[in-house]
Write a protein that binds this ligand. Structure first.
Ligand SMILES: Nc1ncnc2c1ncn2[C@@H]1O[C@H](COP(=O)(O)OP(=O)(O)OP(=O)(O)O)[C@@H](O)[C@H]1O
Ligand SMILES: Nc1ncnc2c1ncn2[C@@H]1O[C@H](COP(=O)(O)OP(=O)(O)OP(=O)(O)O)[C@@H](O)[C@H]1O
Ligand SMILES: [Mg+2]
Ligand SMILES: [Mg+2]
Lengths: 260, 260
């Protein structure tokens, strides 16, 4: 049965999409079956794996979430990527309209969960890439997930947003998804040369303790280049520091027992 | 009369808040009267000028936007900052709820414009810091503004989002705000050592031509440190590369004739 992980942080540009693509690719390359779900209207996850514009008409996350009654048939939305054992449910900018349209639909927070639950038997991991906000799309991700992976840029504004995120997790746990757990906190674009980076990292480790992954993702330009080729960095430049870091993260993720 | 500028880009983490704070502070320090408006539930603009938690009860952007009928009395929401001639209308995380609440309110896209129009006579510039999305809060910013300032991180995903942003500007111009103009595109966190940075910068200049500011903001750790002290970088470290770049941008902004 799949472990469903929402990659979430309402702070923008902290490495959510980069993490979702590369952790899923690292797992797939080592024999695990992984599904990526793009819940962000920017569609960076979809283009980052080279599938922008490849979805069939009416087969994006937008269509799956905004049917009159919640959609229970996920198969028509699943696409294969260029990496074996790695599939995608993609998004495009039509998803921007969903935040407003969902407000008045029944089961508005549960639609993504209803859509992907039938896929749990087919994958080992399902990663949901959330947009940089705490609106209905991110809520759908939090309700569908077993746990959250929180990428964190070691900067002041990113640290400030954590309290809001933890508050949202608590509210979702209290009402819509009691089992929602924190899978882990990932330090991204880490630059140990700056005091700011070290200070924030210390604060985060003090707050989240063993939930903070040992693996830290350094700033590495190959991670920024890979999406323009529509490839995960593990395929674009397997020997790069970025690829090695995400491979180490995949090993760490697999070795952690899912807390019950 | 004030020029109202929305600082907007749905891509997260590109330097919207950092730009709004520092350009407004640079203008205020050189004698211009400026107002900052925080339209992002993260409240980074509010904390970046040291005013987090300082708003009086019921006096945040959330309250101003969600009254039964559109609010026309902005004075109770305006706070002074530690910088002379620089004021703020602040936000906190309550604003997260506004995206959903606004959906069913009358004049839902025009509420911010109705709120700040009376303040135009008191300032030379008004900057609206938008969240990383194209939802109702950003739409309110685009309807209230005369022009947009688009900070752009020279990376692939940021470039990809431009087409969506330009599409949204066109739609807002066609329906809600015909005079909406592009004030300028600002290259941020620019690292000329990487090919990716140079390639994206070339693409952006080819597309936006003279709208791209000559001033480019380099990556500078002091810009990341300043917000943790609640100070604009011009006050935190006036001799830093970041402060000098934003001072140059302020000069360039003042020298450009507002296109009519
Ligand atoms: N470790 C890294 N080193 C260098 N560049 C990185 C790294 N991680 C991500 N990037 C780049 O930084 C930018 C932000 O990353 P990304 O888009 O993954 O963040 P995000 O949190 O998904 O953003 P958003 O909030 O807009 O969804 C991208 O251009 C990406 O290519
Ligand atoms: N030129 C720069 N050099 C170094 N760090 C910077 C620079 N500009 C911004 N930063 C830092 O990068 C991070 C992102 O910047 P900022 O928060 O201003 O972006 P944003 O577009 O407002 O993000 P969001 O989409 O979440 O609102 C912040 O931690 C900020 O301190
Ligand atoms: Mg993303
Ligand atoms: Mg911001």
């Amino acid at each position: 049965m799949a472990r469903v992980i929402a990659v979430v942080n309402q702070k923008g540009g902290v490495g959510k999409t980069t993490t979702a693509i590369n952790i899923a690719a690292a797992l797939a390359l080592s024999g695990t079956r992984a599904l990526l779900v793009d819940a962000d209207p920017q569609g960076n996850l979809t283009s980052g794996v080279g599938l922008k514009g490849q979805m069939n008409e009416g087969r994006t996350v937008y269509h799956a979430l905004t049917t009159a009654t919640a959609c229970t048939e996920p198969d028509p939305f699943v696409l294969r990527t260029s990496v074996d054992r790695l599939d995608l449910i993609g998004a495009d900018r039509q998803l921007t309209g969903a935040e407003i349209e969902l407000v008045t639909l029944p089961q508005r927070e549960e639609r993504l969960r209803i859509l992907i639950d039938p896929l749990r038997a087919r994958y080992d991991f399902i990663f949901i890439d959330c947009p940089p906000s705490l609106g209905l799309l991110t809520l759908n991700g939090l309700v569908a997930a077993d746990a959250v992976l929180i990428p964190l840029h070691c900067e002041y504004f990113a640290l400030e947003g954590l309290a809001d995120l933890v508050g949202t997790l608590r509210r979702v746990r209290a009402s819509l998804n009691p089992a929602l757990d924190i899978e882990g906190v990932l330090l991204t674009m880490y630059d140990e040369r700056t005091n700011l980076g070290q200070q924030v990292a210390n604060d985060v480790r003090a707050f989240f303790q063993e939930k903070v992954y040992q693996t830290v993702i350094p700033r590495n330009v190959r991670l920024g280049e890979a999406p323009s080729h529509g490839l995960p960095v593990m395929v674009y430049d397997p020997k790069s520091k970025g690829a090695e870091a995400y491979a180490a993260l995949a090993r760490e993720l697999r070795s952690r027992p899912a807390s019950v």
